[in-house]
Design a protein around this ligand. Structure first.
Ligand SMILES: C[S@@+](CC[C@H](N)C(=O)[O-])C[C@H]1O[C@@H](n2cnc3c(N)ncnc32)[C@H](O)[C@@H]1O
Length: 264
């Protein structure tokens, strides 16, 4: 059988990818048998993984809506993933969005759904090389670097190893953005269920995107130089919830810290 249109050429469908495993957790159909098998192992350890993925998406949506309310009209969405319900250009319909992903399927499907959208596009790049993202003709063509830009790093930095200096990566992006820009960050932690998270790290080790889950303290360190808005770094479900019941003080199940901050 021929590969479907979204299956970009030159990909190893036998090696799972974080983008396609995440698509599977979210109930999407842009994944292969290898992705479903690896995701199945994760689900044995963390049956809540689909809920965690949904909570992460909900944080993305709330943080983008918050930034739009504050006047931000341009976004760089690093590790944007395989398009799903509520993509950033849909949540922020009057904004310009540069999506960035390393995964060929995420890029192929994004290109397909963005083909008739003039104010959003995707860059196929490795976010660990900020200059490739920032200097891309797509980025330069779409964004005005004299106006505030919302930098979205939602569930992507845990694919950057300590040896790859994630703090420097964040700082390089921050330095390239004008004052009044903002970051929205979500990062899976190993503070809760450390044993399970270690075993999940072992599963992702065989994927195209090995994980480095971090402690709360390490995640705080990644946000140096950003002026965090209330409530600071918190479980994603407790970050300005739409409904107060979502923040019932029992939120560690989501395993994911979130924060939003401004560049002064
Ligand atoms: C868990 S998904 C998150 C998707 C989306 N940001 C969200 O929160 O719903 C992580 C995404 O980051 C991408 N990714 C991982 N490492 C990357 C890198 N170095 N550069 C760009 N994208 C990367 C993966 O391909 C995947 O699409």
């Amino acid at each position: 059988m021929n590969d479907p249109d979204w299956a970009a050429q030159n990909i190893d469908t036998n090696q799972p990818s974080a983008a396609r495993m995440y698509d599977y957790y979210l109930g999407g159909s842009h994944n292969f048998a290898s992705d479903r098998q690896a995701a199945g192992k994760v689900l044995e350890l963390l049956p809540d993984a689909p809920l965690m993925a949904q909570a992460n998406r909900a944080f993305l949506h709330r943080s983008v809506r918050f930034l739009v309310d504050q006047g931000v009209r341009q976004f760089i969405d690093l590790g944007s993933g395989i398009p799903t319900a509520g993509n950033v250009h849909e949540v922020a319909p009057e904004s310009t969005v540069v999506y960035v992903d390393i995964d060929p399927v995420a890029v192929a499907y994004s290109e397909a759904i963005l083909s008739d959208v003039s104010r959003a596009a995707i860059v196929h790049a490795d976010a660990r090389q900020p200059e490739k993202v920032l200097e891309s003709p797509v980025t330069q063509g779409l964004l005005d670097f004299d106006q505030p830009i919302g930098l979205l790093m939602v569930a992507v930095l845990h694919f950057v190893a300590e040896s790859e200096d994630p703090a420097n990566m964040v700082a390089t992006f921050r330095d390239a953005l004008p004052a009044g820009s903002a970051i929205a960050l979500a990062h899976v932690t190993l503070d809760e269920r450390p044993e399970e998270m270690e075993r999940i790290t072992a599963i992702y080790q065989n994927s195209a995107n090995p994980t480095t889950f971090r402690t709360r303290q390490q995640i705080d360190g990644l946000l140096t130089g950003w002026d965090l808005v209330d409530p600071g770094v918190t479980w994603v479900v407790e970050w300005r919830p739409d409904w107060p019941d979502d923040a019932d003080g029992n939120s560690a199940w989501c395993g994911n810290y979130g924060a939003v901050g401004w560049k002064q």
